[in-house]
Design a protein around this ligand. Structure first.
Ligand code: SF4
Length: 305
């Protein structure tokens, strides 16, 4: 079989090991080398060019829900958390009776063990499955719906994971404390201030977009991010409000080639929703469709005054 292997950036160093493994099994192996950001981002074009029979995607759980032109096998990459360290951190959170717990796909295989730590302290743990997540308690950078679903039942949210990308997926309205526990060191931090800052940044983009005249609507051809229908609707809605709008299509969404057009006052992003958090790199407001709805509300209110 001709197989195209794909690794996210943090796992690319494993490529040779897996190439050897599959070759020993008699397969012809190619490696996709372009950046890979998530389970949404499959190398379908590369697979078509090399006439691959299958893609093996490492490091993420199944994401894409639509039918694909090629078989795709998702192989998650489990990394064990330090349960003793989590236990120590959990002891500092004993005052919260009801916990909304979540982690990333790398650690979700130990979700029950982490849940037990809190339950042994007589706490109740709540978790649901989000929209894109395939596991209960799993958060993706674009999917914290599993936590949002339990918001009313909990006194605090606890996210076990490294870095801030997944933790800041918790961007829904909540006055509950949000804590992050580092999966290896057990370091505990509260991140409500960071969430507030992110929201403030997004609000700034919304207000700046009200005055914008020319909009670039960004569509990514990454299979799990491709939303051409939304882009078309967005264009119509902008034009109804007297704005100029152009749909821009590319695989990667990068600020420099976009800014080289020197045309746009504002971008509307229909691809990975977290791109809007890189607003500084774009140098101008960049909004999700949800954020644009708020812009429309403001524009419509001004018009109807
Ligand atoms: S859309 Fe963005 S946040 Fe969601 S899986 Fe893809 S890269 Fe990650």
């Amino acid at each position: 079989m001709r197989i195209l292997l794909q690794f996210p950036e943090g796992l690319k160093r494993e490529a040779l090991k897996y190439q050897e493994k599959y070759e020993k099994e008699g397969h012809e192996i190619f490696i996709a080398s372009a950046p890979c950001y998530g389970g949404c981002d499959l190398p379908l074009d590369e697979a078509r060019w090399i006439k691959a029979d299958k893609i093996v995607h490492f490091g993420h759980a199944k994401f894409v829900k639509k039918d694909l032109p090629i078989e795709v096998e998702y192989i998650p990459y489990n990394i064990d958390v330090n349960l003793q360290a989590i236990k120590k951190a959990a002891m500092q959170l004993k005052q919260y009776n009801n916990i909304g717990l979540a982690t990333t796909v790398q650690h979700v295989h130990q979700f029950e063990e982490m849940k037990n730590i809190f339950e042994l302290q007589s706490q109740h743990v709540f978790a649901e499955k989000g929209y894109w997540a395939i596991n209960v308690g799993q958060v993706l950078g674009c999917d914290s719906l599993g936590l949002k679903a339990v918001e009313k039942k909990v006194d605090a949210f606890v996210f076990v994971g490294d870095g801030m990308f997944h933790a800041l997926a918790i961007d829904f309205e909540t006055d509950k404390p949000v804590f992050v526990i580092h999966p290896q060191t057990g370091q505990l931090r509260q991140i409500n201030e960071e969430i507030k800052k992110l929201k403030k940044k997004r609000k700034g983009s919304i207000l700046a977009a009200v005055e914008a005249k020319t909009f670039g609507i960004l569509v990514s051809t990454k299979v799990g991010q491709f939303l051409l229908g939304s882009a078309r609707l967005t264009k119509k809605e902008l034009e109804k409000r007297g704005k100029r709008a152009i749909i821009l299509v590319s695989n990667e969404i990068e600020p420099l080639p976009l800014n080289n057009f020197m045309l746009f006052d504002c971008y509307i992003n229909t691809a990975c929703p977290r791109i809007v958090d890189d607003v500084e790199e774009f140098g101008k407001p960049i909004l999700s469709i949800e954020m644009l709805r708020e812009v429309f509300e403001i524009i419509d209110k001004i018009k109807n005054k």
